[in-house]
Design a protein around this ligand. Structure first.
Ligand code: MN
Length: 565
């Protein structure tokens, strides 16, 4: 059933109410492309329906922009639709504030932050559906924005879709971003490979009857045989590895055989290999060893007629759907559809983030598999006791739960931490021991020359902050001490004026290997005798006394004293 049919059939349903509410709220708004804004949210909802998500997700898809882009307040939304929908919409709104600005090295943090912020996977799904439609309509935006959004899609949202097992979405997002990121390469590839795509598909179509006949002969009747053209963006990546040799790309168009059972998958593989010899080293059993993101299928490359290489993929219907819809297909969908879980507990379920556990199980299974891709997909699973807060420039800091603005400041740089005097979290002044939450935008206020305070040690959560504070305090102590402790001694010598007095006095210091840092001569208060004041960097009492003795022994010296400064 399409969205419109559903609305007509059930006008009192949650979806229909959300539809009408959103239509009214966005009534006066237009997209940059000139079309009514409501079309955007309706498209998002249709996508969510395609992914077979629950009704709350579809309704939240319709409402996902009302708080951010219309006058509707979260309170009004809660009144009209309750907690769950408000929670989902709020989650999508929060994600909307995260912007990727090309800070290399922090990308993984940004991805993790999206999961941590979402709490409920359905928020991620709505955001992905939102992004998909925004990418389809990207041409209406100014070039600078196009580039930023395309980059964000490539770096953040496509990898997230992939990790959720939604490969076709991941591929589609990448393909939509490709022409904006690589305009020239995209045009060249189009003209270079365009004709080849057609030729390969035609070739495969000609093989289909022969294959069907052989499969039937072995009592296998596939549910479907179709052809999958390799996406341009993925072809581009592959060509980079193969020195742009299109001849070496065997899966430009692949043949896909969909059967009923796993046994039939292996049987069909055998039949294919009887028909056309397999290319050694190209048989991949992703059924026995699924990809880390859950992808399952058999792949083989065979040598077809005219010595042409053909990639063939064999899988069951269920695998096929799971490969398309990922987690959505075999988890939420099953749970809600079969009534095993009512929507109320869906959120609790999603909190458990089953796919994280699934990734863990895969990890245990394939510990020996040394695949970069595999490691990549594992990185995501430790976000639960982490929080992700963002700088005003869009850098994401990965911190332990309970971290404070001081931890955040030290994470940016030790100098920022040391000179931190205050913090604004989401534009509000907050105490430095404030507990940060994922998604918080933290602005650290600094003051030059300021030093950390000892109380900070009581609330910081990161070892880095702790170590830096300790070091800075030690430094401060040392300097404080040195400020109060005497560093110089000033000797005061009262003597009867005579030739060579100054020379003799300074000779005492020279012989004792003590530098003189200042000499000052004047008259004693009585005015009868000259007074020589000598400053030198000596603080050791014994040394001072030795110098005193020597000075007293000088001719015509009446009085010697000293003072520490
Ligand atoms: Mn939107």
């Amino acid at each position: 059933m399409t969205l419109n049919e559903f609305i007509k059939a059930e006008p009192e349903s949650l979806t229909a109410r959300a539809y009408n509410f959103a239509k009214k709220a966005h009534a006066s708004q237009k997209r940059k492309s000139g079309e009514p804004y409501f079309n955007h949210v309706a498209e998002v909802a249709k996508t969510l329906l395609d992914w077979k998500l629950d009704e709350s997700s579809v309704a939240a898809g319709l409402l996902h922009d009302v708080v951010e882009d219309t006058l509707v307040t979260p309170e009004e939304l809660r009144q009209a639709f309750g907690e769950e929908i408000t929670f989902l919409v709020d989650g999508v709104t929060k994600l909307g504030r995260i912007k990727y600005r090309g800070t290399a090295g922090k990308v993984e943090n940004l991805r993790k932050m999206i999961f941590a912020l979402s709490e409920d996977l359905r928020v991620v799904f709505i955001k992905l559906a939102d992004r998909l439609h925004n990418m389809k309509t990207l041409s209406a935006l100014p070039p600078v924005k196009q580039k930023r959004i395309a980059m964000e899609t490539e770096e953040i949202y496509a990898p997230i879709a992939y990790r959720l097992g939604m490969q076709s979405l991941a591929g589609e997002l990448r393909d939509l971003a490709f022409p904006y990121l690589y305009p020239r390469e995209s045009r060249e590839l189009q003209s270079m490979a365009g004709a080849e795509y057609g030729a390969r598909e035609k070739y495969l179509r000609n093989l289909k009857p022969q294959l069907e006949e052989h499969l039937a002969h072995h009592a296998i009747s596939p549910q479907m045989i179709d052809f999958r053209a390799k996406r341009l963006s993925s072809l581009y990546q592959k060509l980079l590895r193969y020195n742009a040799d299109l001849e070496k790309i065997y899966d430009l168009v692949a043949m896909r055989i969909i059967v009923e059972t796993i046994e039939e998958c292996y049987a069909a593989l055998g039949v294919v290999h009887q028909l056309w010899p397999p290319l050694p080293g190209r048989i991949k059993d992703f059924i026995a060893m699924p990809k880390p993101n859950g992808y399952r299928s058999l792949h083989t490359t065979v040598i077809g007629p005219e010595e042409k290489f053909v990639e063939i993929q064999i899988r069951t219907r269920q695998m096929h759907e799971e490969n398309e819809y990922g987690i959505a297909a075999h988890w939420i969908y099953e749970q809600v559809r079969t009534g095993k879980a009512d929507p109320k507990t869906t959120r609790e379920l999603t909190k458990e983030i089953e796919w994280v556990q699934q990734l863990r199980r895969w990890q245990e299974k394939f510990r020996e598999v040394d695949s970069e891709e595999f490691l990549d997909s594992m990185k995501i699973d430790f976000f639960r006791d982490r929080i992700f807060a963002i700088t005003p420039h869009g850098d994401v800091m990965d911190l332990p739960a309970g971290a404070t603005p001081v931890d955040f400041a030290y994470q940016i740089h030790s100098d920022i931490g040391n000179s931190c005097v205050g913090a604004k979290v989401n534009d509000k002044f907050t105490p430095l021991d404030y507990e940060l939450h994922s998604g918080d935008m933290v602005h650290i206020l600094t003051q030059k020359g300021k030093k950390p305070s000892e109380d900070w040690l009581e609330f910081v959560k990161t070892a880095t902050a702790h170590a830096h504070i300790k070091a800075a305090l030690k430094d401060k102590d040392r300097r404080l001490q040195s400020r109060h402790a005497p560093r110089f001694t000033e000797f005061k010598i009262v003597a009867k004026d005579r030739v060579g007095l100054i020379k003799d006095v300074s000779g005492v210091f020279a012989k004792s290997h003590v530098n003189i840092t200042g000499i000052h001569t004047g008259k004693s208060p009585s005015g009868n005798f000259p007074v020589v004041r000598i400053q030198c960097p000596v603080t050791d009492k014994k040394q001072i006394e030795r110098l005193m003795l020597k000075l007293k022994r000088l001719k015509e010296v009446k009085e010697v004293g000293y003072q520490l400064t």
